[in-house]
Design a protein around this ligand. Structure first.
Ligand code: NAD
Length: 354
């Protein structure tokens, strides 16, 4: 076994069904009583329910969270928090809402309780991606991580089926890249394997029955483990490409991850044989080939396969390839513009990755 470093980040996590009822106790533990509650416009009713659970003891509800955490939205939310005397933050929603909670928390020092309702995994990472003038910038700081995470399986029952599929694949992508990260280690590999196994076996069941609570619990548990991988290991090609596509072309996060993952994995495969073996073991129906297993899973989930299906224009492929090589980063296989253009063109057209 090679030498490695492992940084464990203590986090308070509550997991189960009906766990949102524990929110008042969790605020009390933090000695706080007047949170600003954050949501997207789509989840206002869940935010209002949080207000009811708190018996009306909250500062305000801010319902304008947006994907990719635009600076302007954060400034508005911060002003509302200050104006209404908020002493803490409760975010209820997917990665966008939790991202807004992180952005306010790191600026103000207010403690943040995250209640995730998708599988993006942001709640357990020290990472914040923010968008200004069409460019997404990422910051990493342990203080960005929420103080408490409440996973309540019941809240995921309303996640639309298509987002259930793509958000689950988004989670798997974190674990995939942790398995070949430059700073990976055997402990994170355990999280990654368990996380992928839990999600890949449960997602097809959710396509048939979105209300299957066991499968929902398994997927949320897997998302937590995969999110931990994202927070603990350095990400490479796949995440960098998705970051560019999301931030500069405004493509939806989970759907973009879902389209790009088999292409990025196929590209890196020749340089990461150990990770490929592990993946082939944990992705069902791989027959020894993880890219094949992933393609089978995506077919079962009935997800979109081409960036053009998300509205990306063909002429943007060139600009995306330029951006993809504009800032060097570590990847197991060397990257050049021609290779990136080819990969992005194939992903744009929806070709099957091989
Ligand atoms: P999202 O948060 O934008 O959610 C998509 C839509 O689904 C929203 O309208 C949301 O309100 C709705 N939704 C979420 N859960 C629901 C539920 N249970 N029921 C009904 N509707 C629900 O999408 P996402 O994929 O969860 O997150 C994407 C964002 O998170 C991106 O901005 C991405 O950059 C960020 N992210 C950050 C990290 C990190 O570590 N910093 C990790 C992953 C994702």
């Amino acid at each position: 076994m090679e030498a490695f470093e492992f940084n464990s980040h203590p986090a308070r996590v509550i997991f189960g069904s009906g766990t949102i009822a524990k929110l008042p106790q969790e605020l009390e533990r933090l000695d706080k009583s007047k949170p600003i509650i954050l949501s997207t416009p789509n989840q206002v009713s869940q935010a209002e329910n949080v207000g009811r659970i708190l018996g009306g003891r909250f500062a305000s509800i801010f319902r304008e969270a947006e994907m990719h955490t635009p600076f302007g939205v954060t400034e508005r939310a911060r002003a509302v928090a200050a104006m209404t005397g908020a002493d803490s933050i409760v975010s209820i929603g997917g990665g966008s809402t939790i991202g807004l909670g992180k952005a306010i928390s790191i600026r103000t020092g207010l403690p943040h309780i995250a209640i995730p309702t998708s599988y993006a995994g942001s709640e357990v990472t020290p990472i914040l991606g923010e968008t200004k003038n069409g460019i997404k910038e990422t910051t990493s700081d342990p203080k960005i991580r929420p103080a408490v995470v409440i996973y309540d399986v019941d809240l995921t029952l309303t996640l639309p089926v298509s987002l259930t599929a793509t958000s689950g694949i988004n989670a798997i992508a974190h674990a995939v890249e942790a398995l070949y990260a430059w700073n990976g280690n055997p402990i994170i590999n355990l999280y990654a394997q368990e996380g992928i196994r839990a999600i890949a076996s449960a997602l097809p069941k959710l396509m048939a029955d979105p209300q299957n609570k066991d499968a929902r619990a398994s997927t949320l548990y897997g998302a937590w483990l995969c999110g931990t991988c994202l927070g603990a290991a350095g990400m490479s090609l796949h995440h960098k490409l998705c970051h560019t596509l999301g931030g500069s072309f405004d493509l939806p996060h989970a759907e973009t991850h879902t389209i790009m993952l088999p292409h990025a994995l196929a590209y890196n495969a020749p340089k990461v044989p150990t990770a490929m073996r592990i993946l082939a073991d944990v992705i069902p129906e791989s027959d020894g080939d993880a890219v094949h297993g992933l393609n089978v899973l995506l077919i079962k989930l009935g997800v979109k396969r081409g960036l053009r299906d998300l509205g990306m224009q063909e002429q943007d492929v060139d600009r995306a390839a330029d951006l993809a090589v504009s800032k060097p980063y570590w990847n197991p296989r060397a990257i050049d513009r021609d290779a990136m253009r080819l990969l992005l063109r194939r992903a744009w057209a929806g070709d099957v990755a091989r």
